[in-house]
Ligand binder design. Structure first.
Ligand SMILES: [Zn+2]
Length: 205
């Protein structure tokens, strides 16, 4: 498994590209903005973009989806069902929080999922609401892609629509801190961390 990473979009969210060299397949976690780096990496490894997995429906993680889909129409986009309304009302959300005035295209999600797994058992979806109703973490081998649920020594904000501090705390305790301590955490913003480091150092839990 090859992991590539870049920051994109207006808040510099982390986008992660995971490439399976044997199968020549790739998946992208969050899609803030279409970047040439995606094309470059896919070409480098001669890999097909198979999935785009969203950690949640906030605009700064999803704004690149439609452009990416126009380039890679076979890539299937997944998000959790709990954020369906958030995705569909992206323009209202942005207006409410004073972010943009131009109207955005609604991101096209191919499938809204619940907790479980996809791609055989290779990608585990862990539902961790609290930052948004449909926030999820994706566990792939020993790597947890946590979106805005948990950051290096911090947690995602819970004061926006659908946020709930008690939920985020409970979900981190019950669904992340119970994982193997060696699992690395790749958050939606900022630096990487690990389950062990967060159990010892997270200021909010
Ligand atoms: Zn967010």
């Amino acid at each position: 498994m090859i992991l590539k990473h870049w920051q994109a979009g207006i808040f510099g969210a982390n986008n992660y590209l995971i490439i399976n060299e044997m199968r020549k397949e790739a998946l992208l976690i969050d899609c803030s903005e279409y970047t040439d780096q995606l094309e470059k990496e896919l070409n480098n490894y001669n890999a097909e973009l198979k999935y785009i997995l969203l950690t949640h429906g906030h605009f700064d993680h999803v704004m690149g989806i439609n452009e990416t889909k126009r380039k890679y129409p076979n890539a299937k986009v997944f998000a959790h069902f709990g954020d369906k309304n958030l995705v569909l009302s992206i323009n209202e959300f942005m207006k409410k929080y004073g972010m943009f005035t131009e109207t955005l295209e609604i991101p096209i999600i191919d499938e809204y999922v619940q907790e479980g797994s996809i791609s055989g058992n290779q990608i585990k979806i862990i539902h961790t609401p609290g930052h948004t109703r449909g926030s999820v973490c994706y566990l792939i081998d020993d790597n947890l892609f946590s979106g805005d649920t948990i950051f290096l020594e911090a947690v995602g904000r819970t004061d926006l629509d659908g946020g709930n501090f008690e939920d985020i705390k409970t979900n981190i305790e019950n669904k992340i801190f119970t994982l193997d301590e060696n699992i690395k955490i790749f958050p939606g913003h900022g630096d990487f961390t690990s389950v062990k480091h967060e159990k010892e150092n997270n200021r909010f839990i």
